[in-house]
Design a binder for this molecule. Structure first.
Ligand code: PEP
Ligand code: MG
Length: 845
């Protein structure tokens, strides 16, 4: 066993890896080691060794020491985004270096401004067989000072120095890439060699003896692998391994066909096949998924999928990298100009998310890797996009899969710019009341249309939570998505009615149907005007019972519009919007800024922020959670937060820092027992004291699990308020997955059993004089409102758009009638009976 001593590669503060705000490092996924917060700007070799790889962006390199240990040195966090700017690499791959020799110099000022952190990480990446014998951390270190001792390695330093190094490149010819089985074959052979074996692909290097590391290379069909063998008989060993790879490692091989000016396949599997259009003048009706509310009468404008022609082969790595960087910068500028001066609106946030996607390190890495294997920038970018779209789709999470549309959108913009083709698919001259009909629409299609020019949207694909649907709702235009081939049969110029509430689309509707629809739209508008006129007044029943009407918010941009529609506060901010679809955790500052922005938009009204509700079917890219058989019954909501208390504390601190003190309340999701509330309370109070916040912050529990409703008195003892999440309560109460279409029809929030759980929650809360809100979907259903009020619920937190009408309806109710009807509803057998009871009691509904 040999000992490798590593000296400090930078002067600065040596800190433990667990402190690095990037789970890949803090959870030691990359390897074990140490981090340095640097005060010097030249990264030096921590030991004698060979430079086995330098990252294409110049921000990281890997050294192999004589003991075989491979040391990754990674300057700053997310610095791959700088794409080489600010870094000067002082060595080349394969070069032997002595401890203390310069490896990479960097511009400290630029990094301080542009990188997420300067923390520089030094870890052993081929950890198998090595362990850290000592480390000096939590202290200032000067350059060259001893920092780490790594025990292990197969050969003594002298032996390794004596052994030769041999290196060869070989193409991977397995259609499925270096997956588990061939990786295992390779590692088995590599292990027969007493010296070290490494495999490099693009910027990544793996220990050839580790199956996991080899799979982590992401090597695909056609990639060029660089094999390096060190030690006795290195040349012979290398030849044997090269032969093994060339022969397919036990898999069938498929030769690479190089097509110098080949055209890439279309990004979607196929273009829509020609379908028979609906016959002129013959009324037709089809259904899709309602995605944005409203009804519109208008004229179809077909948006056709166009195929951008691509050249596969590049003009050399440096030139293609330059082209890609230039295209990314131009697209970034185009988007920045488009959203300049806007803030908070859904549209701005969507395009801000596109800016983040443009900078995504994994996406950029994948594109750079493809460029380094000889591809053009446009080919590389589109392959990287398709790779990531595929990854999202494989997650089997509808929400994330719908984000594929955003990736394809930025993919298209960048490729259009690189190839000088037009990225916009919407015709410039739109008729009045244009209804866009497409296979799938992308956010940038809508961004290109001047406001007020569109009446509605209808697409064959896409989902109701896609960003296009959100944009449509923001523009106030109805949308029906996922209508399948029927949508593609609509001829250009056909008269249409799109009903974004029922998901119905009429093609060639009769003149009578068109005028009846226009008449009912006008009546609806008059009613809404009247409701809006009183939306800002408080909401009391006829006999004076005050019911608070709050809004549910899922994005910062909705707050101002919710307030303008009469919301008395936000009863549920689903803070996931800040966490999902990111590759890194949002910082405390980022979170505070967003919450502050929302608090301001609410103009001093209370803001209930739900702590992160992820896990199960809502995975976080940067938070490794175990794969579960039944994710909905597994690590979700507060269970995840209590397993990752640092993440929860960061969010609590961010909430506590919002001004004015006390405007925010904290709501904990998926509470099952009182002890979870006690645990969160302790953290909240500790952080409050540490921040010197003197105003107590209210802490609420979401009641979404049946036992929590039954033991609500126990939970209410530990909470300042309760808020019933009927979406999950229905799912868990009826044992029906809320995302499962086979049981969607029976998933009824008005089931009397669920109303009994609401009654039980209110009863438990009353014992401790705690207010109860309902923030699940049924609160927005006018037929549920009188029952919930009758059961004693104090607050309804609803979709902003229903607030004016809901307030108007509650003003017509009497408490005694609500209580009586609620008591009767508890005795019924199913949701249909409950609805019949409500509509017979209040016939206007
Ligand atoms: C609920 O479950 O009712 C709820 C409001 O939370 P979500 O829909 O975000 O799970
Ligand atoms: Mg829920």
């Amino acid at each position: 066993m040999s000992m490798l001593k590593l000296i400090a590669p930078l002067a600065g503060w040596a800190t433990r890896l667990e402190e690095v705000p990037d789970p890949a490092f803090s959870q030691k996924m990359v390897g074990d080691g140490i981090a340095v917060d640097p005060t010097s700007s030249e990264l030096q070799a921590p030991c004698d060794g060979v430079v086995v790889s330098i990252h294409a962006s110049g921000h990281a390199c890997t050294l192999r020491a004589a003991t075989g240990a491979e040391i990754l040195l990674h300057i700053g966090l997310d610095t791959v985004n700088l794409r080489g700017e600010g870094f000067t690499v002082r060595v080349r791959e394969g070069q032997r270096v002595k401890a203390g020799e310069p490896l990479i110099s960097f511009d400290m000022d630029l990094l301080a401004r542009r990188a997420r952190s300067l923390l520089t990480v030094m870890v052993v990446v081929n950890g198998e067989g090595y362990s850290i014998a000592s480390r000096r951390q939590d202290r200032a270190v000067s350059l060259g000072e001893p920092l780490l001792e790594i025990e292990g390695g197969e050969r003594a330093p002298e032996e390794a120095a004596a052994g030769a190094t041999a290196e060869r490149a070989v193409r991977l010819l397995i259609p499925n890439g270096l997956h588990a089985r061939p990786a295992a074959v390779f590692s088995r052979h590599a292990r027969m060699h007493p010296g070290s074996v490494s495999v490099a692909n693009g910027g990544r290097v793996a220990n050839g003896k580790s199956v996991v590391a080899l799979m982590g290379l992401g090597a695909k069909h056609g990639d060029t692998l660089t094999l390096t063998v060190q030690g006795a008989e290195a040349g012979q060993r290398l030849q044997a391994l090269v032969d093994l790879v060339s022969s397919g490692l036990g898999d069938a091989i498929q030769p690479i066909v190089e097509t110098p000016a080949a055209t890439a396949p279309a990004p979607r599997a196929s273009l829509p096949v020609a379908l028979t259009p609906y016959a002129p003048g013959v009324p037709a009706l089809f259904k899709g998924t309602p995605a944005a509310p409203g009804i519109a009468v208008g004229i179809a404008v077909r948006v056709l999928e166009t195929q951008l022609e691509l050249t596969q082969r590049g003009q050399g790595q440096a030139e293609e990298q330059r082209r890609l960087t230039h295209a990314l910068t131009s697209v970034r500028q185009e988007i920045e100009v488009m959203i300049e001066g806007e803030s908070g609106a859904a549209r701005t946030e969507i395009f801000r998310a596109h800016l983040v996607l443009l900078d995504d390190p994994d996406l950029n890495d994948a594109a750079l890797q493809s460029i380094s294997s000889g591809h053009s920038a446009e080919w590389a970018w589109r392959s990287a996009i398709e790779l990531h779209v595929g990854m999202l789709q494989r997650l089997e999470n509808a929400l994330l899969a719908e984000r594929g549309g955003d990736l394809r959108d930025i993919g298209r913009r960048v490729v259009a710019l690189l190839t000088g083709q037009s990225g916009s698919r919407v015709p410039e001259n739109l008729p009045d009341n244009a209804i866009l009909v497409a296979d799938e629409l992308m956010p940038s299609d809508l961004a290109a249309v001047p406001p007020g020019r569109l009446a509605a949207l209808c697409t064959a694909h896409g989902g109701p939570t896609s960003h296009v649907a959100i944009l449509a709702a923001g523009l106030g235009i109805p949308a029906v998505v996922a209508a399948g081939d029927s949508a593609l049969r609509v001829p250009n110029g056909a008269a249409m009615i799109v009903d974004g509430e029922r998901g119905e689309v009429h093609v060639h509707p009769s003149a009578e149907l068109q005028s009846a629809t226009l008449r009912s739209l006008a009546e609806r508008a008059t009613r809404r005007e009247a409701h809006l006129a009183r939306a800002h007044e408080g909401c009391h029943t006829l006999d004076g019972r005050h019911v608070e009407i709050f809004a549910n918010l899922g994005r910062p941009g909705d707050a101002a519009s919710a307030a303008s529609q009469g919301a008395e506060g936000c009863g549920l901010l689903r803070s996931e919007f800040l966490f999902l679809e990111r590759s890194t955790e949002p910082t405390e500052e980022e979170q505070t800024a967003q919450y502050q922005h929302i608090a301001q938009a609410l103009g001093g009204r209370p803001l209930v922020i739900r702590t992160l509700d992820v896990g199960g079917d809502k995975p976080l890219a940067y938070l490794p959670l175990p794969r579960e058989e039944n994710p909905v019954l597994g690590l979700r909501g507060v269970r995840v937060s209590l397993r990752h208390p640092d993440m929860l504390r960061t969010q609590l601190r961010a909430i506590l820092r919002v001004k004015p003190e006390g405007v925010c309340r904290v709501l904990v999701p998926m509470v099952t027992s009182a002890h979870e509330m006690r645990a969160v309370r302790i953290m909240l109070e500790e952080e409050r004291r540490a921040l010197g916040v003197s105003t107590p912050v209210a802490l609420g529990a979401m009641i979404e699990v049946p036992v929590a409703a039954m033991l609500s008195d126990r939970i209410a003892r530990e909470a300042d308020f309760l808020s019933i999440g009927t979406n999950d309560l229905t799912q868990y109460g009826l044992a029906m997955d809320r995302g499962n279409p086979h049981v969607a029809a029976q998933l009824d929030g008005l089931h009397p059993g669920l109303l009994r759980l609401v009654a039980s929650t209110v009863e438990g809360a009353r014992k401790h004089a705690r207010p109860v809100a309902v923030c699940g979907g049924i609160a927005s259903d006018l037929r549920a409102a009188p029952l919930l009020i009758g059961l004693g619920v104090d607050e309804l937190s609803v979709s902003p758009a229903v607030i004016p009408g809901l307030k108007a309806f509650i003003r017509t109710l009497s408490m005694s009638q609500c209580e009586k009807t609620a008591r009767q509803a508890l005795e019924l057998e199913n949701g249909d009976e409950v609805r019949a009871l409500v509509t017979s009691t209040w016939p206007g509904l």
